[in-house]
Design a protein around this ligand. Structure first.
Ligand SMILES: *Cc1c(COP(=O)(O)O)cnc(C)c1O
Length: 465
């Protein structure tokens, strides 16, 4: 499609570098311009409607065009558009949101957590890394600094959080990862279990790998383990049964902090309020963003246990100040919007709605299991993935990776469904306000796009049996 001169697309191509985009291809094709959104649908500049099957970027839980959030933002903008939270200052929205998050938090964080506000998931995880280091210096164990993350984990793209991320594109030619970040095995049963190995056996083997890594490095050098309860951007990978229980046991044994990255899982995505609730995780630290404000405003937060807080607080008293914070930490408009967003999630019982719709979405997608292109259908709550394979029996991936996935992703868009393909894995993460009918529409549109893809494969003489 030619790009109209002076169109938004032409301007964009001239001046922008886009995340997760091949810049040269982008110059040729131009961007898809999304103009407006309402409920679970968005519309492009040609007026074409799309069901947003990924909630934007895994985040617009309450859907598009939610007037209550617009009003919360406008009201706060009029009253106090900005104030900071440095040097003994604060304001109501920031205090209220911190209290609210502590009151909702899982495990030992409940009612005792201290909250530090940041502006993106990456910043929240960077702050987690800095506070882990600061805390261990504060309590006199400066050698305990290494942080273990997982292959295919996603924790953002800034220098520390990009290092925690376990995906090649986020490291390559960026000179990452930095020192003191280690990656342990990915808990994907379909891909990495031995033939005949049960989920429980696989989980035990992974816990064994983790412990071996800790012993090889020296437990006195390992500070923390970070993970998404269910992995998102690495391919929507749900942990095998008993995984988190076994991982936590190893961490406790060696006095290693457990950090839960709830940036996608948080606020109902897994069918409970937090992924930690779904998987029985009792974290020492937790990061949230995305559905925290349904992405209407950029905001994220790091929750830390009282024990960590006390160690850190004591050190700030010793040094004289806490030398960390962002100009927009706890921004009044962003915190006001997040508060209203959580109110909507609670009042409309969107977590319960996610739990109710879970079988419809998960079983609906599992109905594609027998399709010749489908290797695995997986997911939890309102989060799911379909992984395409070249050969079902051997689970062989396509070579090169991503061509078929991209084709299917584009056919989904033709049929009015926006998803995201992570290589040859299609990710699903529809808004929590979905109705049964919306789920059925999603499944129908996906099914039609999958048939188009199968027909295309056949025409190329590459049809899988
Ligand atoms: C999106 C995401 C991040 C990073 O958030 P940004 O706001 O893009 O920096 C971190 N962790 C997880 C689990 C995410 O999905």
């Amino acid at each position: 499609m030619a790009i109209r001169p002076n169109s938004p697309a032409a301007r964009d191509v001239a001046y922008s570098l886009h995340p997760y985009t091949n810049a040269r291809k982008h110059e040729e094709k131009g961007p898809m311009i999304i103009e407006r959104g309402k409920g679970v649908y968005v519309y492009d500049d040609q007026g074409k409607e799309y069901l947003e099957g990924l909630s934007g970027l895994w985040s617009v839980a309450v859907g598009f065009g939610e007037d209550r959030l617009v009003e919360a933002a406008t009201k706060q903008m009029r009253k106090l558009p900005y104030y900071h939270t440095f040097a003994h200052k604060s304001h109501d929205p920031s205090i209220d949101l911190a209290e609210k998050l502590a009151a909702m938090a899982p495990g030992k964080l409940r009612n005792t957590a201290r909250v530090f506000f940041t502006n993106s998931g990456s910043e929240a995880n960077d702050t987690a890394v800095k506070l882990i280091w600061y805390y261990n210096n504060a309590i006199g164990r400066p050698e305990k600094k290494k942080i273990i993350s997982r292959i295919k984990g996603y924790h953002g793209v800034t220098i520390a959080s990009g290092s925690l991320t376990g995906l090649p594109y986020n490291h390559r030619d960026f000179d990452l990862p930095i020192a003191n970040i280690l990656h342990t095995a990915c808990p994907h049963h379909y891909r990495f279990a031995e033939p005949g190995e049960s989920e429980e056996e696989f989980a035990s083997r992974l816990a064994g790998h983790l412990e071996q890594l800790i012993l090889d490095e020296g437990p006195e050098t390992i500070a923390a383990f970070i993970g998404e309860p269910a992995m998102g951007a690495g391919g929507v990978i749900t942990p095998p049964a008993t995984y988190w229980e076994k991982i936590q046991r190893i961490c406790r044994k060696h006095d290693i902090l457990v950090v839960a990255d709830e940036v996608i899982n948080g606020f109902g995505r897994t069918g409970k309020m937090f992924g930690c609730d779904t998987y029985g995780i009792d974290p020492d630290m937790m990061t949230v963003s995305k559905a925290l404000s349904s992405s209407y405003m950029p905001i994220s937060a790091l929750l830390i246990s009282d024990e960590l807080y006390q160690g850190i607080a004591e050190n700030t008293a010793k040094i004289g100040t806490f030398g960390h914070g962002f100009t927009a930490s706890g921004h009044p408009v962003a915190t006001a919007v997040a508060l209203e967003n959580i109110k909507i999630i609670e009042e409309r019982k969107l977590v319960e709605n996610a739990a109710t719709l879970t079988p419809r979405l998960q079983n609906g997608l599992r109905a594609f299991t027998d399709h010749p292109l489908v290797g695995e259908v997986r997911g939890v709550g309102m989060l799911a993935a379909i992984e395409l394979v070249a050969d079902k029996a051997s689970k062989a991936a396509f070579d090169p990776v991503g061509v078929v996935g991209t084709y299917l992703f584009e056919r989904c868009q033709d049929h009015g469904l926006i998803l995201r393909n992570l290589g040859d894995t299609l990710a699903f993460c529809p808004p929590l306000i979905c109705t049964e009918k919306d789920i059925d529409t999603l499944l129908e549109r996906f099914g039609a796009a999958l048939e188009d893809t199968a027909a295309w494969m056949k025409s190329k003489g590459q049809a899988a049996e």
